[in-house]
Structure formats: structure tokens, C-alpha cells
Design a protein around this ligand. Structure first.
Ligand code: NDP
Length: 291
């Protein structure tokens, strides 16, 4: 079994981006990070994004509206950022607290600043295989990780667990694309799928994004399969100071001896997501420079 080291691969991508940013003349790329409320996971994700941006000389502008912000006020804030010529990318940290309408906010972000790739136009471009848009960061991270781990999906049966707009659907569309590295035969499973284990047992490449700790057990995977674990779940662990630890959707200890390649959690897809966000931000800056 080979461990796919997302941390190391993300570090190389960050180094490549740093070199690219150094060649940009004039203003450095600028990423606006909007976080509403104090959800601890969101606080830590935004911190990580800010830190990585600083590493590659991308300016970040952190905007922290109170949890009481109304939909109209948040939309007005997005409009201001859309109009601001010094902002290249806008990321609204998900999940937004209720009763804010997250999808409406994602659609409010100008498509040319939508570095999270959640706008209808950018998701549509993924379906149309138009590379001028932004691919959402976690699905893009999965594809980049596969490519840099020499996994070609051509002719492979790719099974995706989960059909969210953020992960499942776009990663399935990317795996299906008619281009080098992709060309997979894709099955998408969700909570209404019957005989799920029979389907996962047929997967040459299994991508799990359901948010259920240790959901995929050894009997559910084909020997020699490639396993990509997108899930990030916090479970109680009395041996840790924090009282908990992060695990994926895959029962890593039981599954890993049976497969050819597997991503760990943490240190797999998580760092790739941040690297792809930086890649999209640099792309947004380059497109504005030439557009
Ligand atoms: P969602 O909750 O939006 O979607 C989960 C999907 O899994 C849904 O399609 C749901 O089906 C399906 N599902 C849930 N339970 C089951 C089940 N028992 N059997 C089959 N399908 C099931 O989650 P996200 O897509 O946003 O995230 C998924 C996981 O990935 C989470 O753990 C999240 O933390 C992690 N994540 C990690 C990122 C990273 O950077 N590594 C980034 C984003 C997410 P249905 O549609 O029928 O409800």
C-alpha cells in the first residue's frame, strides 16, 4: 500500500505558486475571506487560508461580519467586493449560519472572482469542460492529487460517495471529463442508494465524501483499489488533550492493507483544498491582468 501524501504534494504546489506570484508585475493577488460568526472549524479553516496566502505573497483581506448580519447586508458586502478593483478572489466560508441563504450568496459572487467555484456559471463550465472558469477547490484537489500520484482514471470505474454541490457532483463531473487523466466511468452514490457496498466493491477508484466517520469498511472495497478520503469528521478521543481527533469517511486501519493507494486524514485532501484555492486566486489575478 502506498500512502498518497497530500501534505507533501500541496507543499510543492504552494512552492510553484509562490514562484508564479513572484513574476506578477504590480499589485499582488488579493483574496477576500468572508467569515460570518465564530464556528470553530470555520475559524481554523480561514486562519489556514490566510497563513497559506501569506506564504506565497497573496494579500488576504479578512472580513468578519457578525452572526446577526442579514441576507441583504451580506449581499451588499459581496457587491462591494465584486466592485472593488483591488480584490481578485472572494471566498465566503461555508457553512453560513442560519437563516442565511448560502446558495444565494455563492451566486452573488461575481463569477470572475468566484475562486471557490460554487457559482452556477463556474459549475456549468465544469459540465461543459470549459477550462476558463474556476473549479471548486476540493474536487480540483482530488484530481490534482490523483494526477500527481500517477493515477489515470481512463477505463477505471470511479465510485463517488456523496452528491453535494461542493464535493460529490463536481468531482464526479471532473472524473468523467473527456481529457487526459480523466475519462473515468463514474457511479455516484448517496443516501438513497441501495446495495451501496456492492457498488463500492466494484470501484477501481473510490472517492468518499459523505461526512460519516469510518463509514467505508474493508469488506466494501476491492483489493488493489485507489482510495480518496475527502471526509473530515471529529470523533471523541480521550487520549488526546483536545478530547477528540479528526478521521475520514474510510476506516483507514482496516482498509489500507487491502488497497494500492490511499489518502490519510488529516494530511490528504485537506491541504490540497487550500492549495487549489491559492491556485484559483492566482489565476483570477492573472485573468484580470490580461482581461
Ligand atoms: P454534505 O453533507 O453536503 O453531503 C454529504 C453527501 O453524502 C450527501 O450527498 C449525502 O446524501 C451523502 N450521504 C450521507 N450519508 C450517507 C450514507 N449513509 N450513505 C450514502 N450517502 C450518504 O457534505 P459535503 O459534501 O460538504 O462534505 C462531505 C465530507 O467531506 C464531510 O466530512 C466534510 O467535512 C468533508 N469535506 C472536506 C473538505 C476537505 O477540504 N477535505 C472540503 C469539503 C468537505 P444525500 O444527498 O442523499 O443527502
Amino acid at each position: 500500500m502506498e500512502l498518497i501524501k497530500g501534505n507533501e504534494i500541496a507543499t510543492s504546489i504552494i512552492a510553484e505558486l509562490k514562484a508564479e506570484v513572484a513574476t506578477i508585475e504590480g499589485r499582488k493577488p488579493c483574496l477576500a475571506l468572508v467569515r460570518v460568526g465564530e464556528d470553530p472549524a470555520s475559524v481554523s479553516y480561514v486562519k489556514k487560508k490566510e497563513k497559506t496566502a501569506a506564504e506565497i505573497d497573496v494579500d488576504s483581506r479578512i472580513i468578519l461580519p457578525p452572526v446577526t448580519i442579514s441576507q441583504a447586508e451580506l449581499e451588499a458586502l459581496i457587491d462591494e467586493l465584486n466592485a472593488d478593483e483591488t480584490v481578485d478572489g472572494i471566498l465566503v466560508q461555508s457553512p453560513l449560519p442560519a437563516p442565511l441563504d448560502e446558495l444565494a450568496i455563492f451566486r452573488r459572487v461575481s463569477p470572475d472572482k468566484d475562486v471557490d467555484g460554487f457559482h452556477t456559471i463556474n459549475l456549468g463550465k465544469v459540465a461543459q469542460e470549459d477550462s476558463s472558469g474556476f473549479v471548486s477547490c476540493t474536487p480540483a484537489g482530488v484530481m490534482e492529487l490523483l494526477a500527481r500520484s500517477d493515477v489515470d482514471l481512463r477505463g477505471k470505474h470511479v465510485v463517488v460517495l456523496g452528491r453535494s454541490l461542493i464535493v460529490g457532483k463536481p468531482v464526479a463531473l471532473l472524473a468523467l471529463q473527456k481529457k487526459a487523466g480523466a475519462n473515468g466511468t463514474v457511479t455516484i452514490c448517496h443516501s438513497a442508494t441501495t446495495n451501496l457496498a456492492q457498488i463500492t466493491q466494484m470501484a477501481d477508484v473510490l472517492i468518499a465524501a459523505i461526512g460519516r466517520p469510518h463509514f467505508v469498511t474493508a469488506d466494501m472495497v476491492k483489493p488493489g483499489a485507489v482510495i480518496i478520503d475527502v471526509g473530515i469528521n471529529r470523533i471523541p478521543d480521550a487520549t488526546r488533550k483536545s478530547g477528540n481527533r479528526l478521521v475520514g469517511d474510510i476506516d483507514f486501519d482496516a482498509v489500507s492493507p487491502k488497497v494500492s493507494k490511499i489518502t490519510p486524514v488529516p494530511g490528504g485532501i485537506g491541504p490540497m483544498t487550500v492549495a487549489m484555492l491559492m491556485k484559483n486566486t492566482v489565476k483570477a489575478r492573472q485573468l484580470r491582468a490580461t482581461g
